[in-house]
Design a protein. Structure first.
Length: 124
């Protein structure tokens, strides 16, 4: 027997399916610059945010909108890599935190240095 969905659940499901269908039909004609490393991702993120700000400061003509469209591919690539790396960074920081609570100075030193190496990439 099939259960019926409540109106809010049905609406949410409809929106989800519609957005998924729209995402599947979006043109994917630009790749953007790669972000294979965190250093590369941060550099691209900085450079392409500057470019985006410059475009947004002007008139949003069709050509400008196309430029924004192209820029977003590189920004999306950069953010994906940054998100991956910062998730791992959070885990490393938690290791430092727990080691500091449990009196493990060598773990604090080793994992703390690993944490700082990656975190410094984000704040340069």
């Amino acid at each position: 027997m099939m259960k019926s969905l409540s109106l809010p659940a049905f609406s949410a499901l409809t929106l989800l399916l519609a957005s998924h269908a729209q995402a599947d039909t979006r043109p994917d004609h630009y790749k953007g610059e790669p972000a294979d490393t965190l250093v590369q991702a941060v550099a691209n993120f900085s450079e392409y945010n500057t470019k985006l700000a410059e475009v947004l400061a002007g008139e949003l003509t069709p050509a400008a909108l196309n430029e924004v469209h192209q820029l977003t591919y590189t920004l999306e690539n950069a953010l994906t890599k940054i998100n991956e790396e910062t998730a791992a960074l959070a885990e490393t920081l938690e290791e430092v935190h727990i080691a500091s609570e449990t009196n493990q100075p060598q773990v604090v030193k080793d994992r703390g240095e690993a944490y700082l190496e990656v975190s410094r990439t984000l704040i340069r």
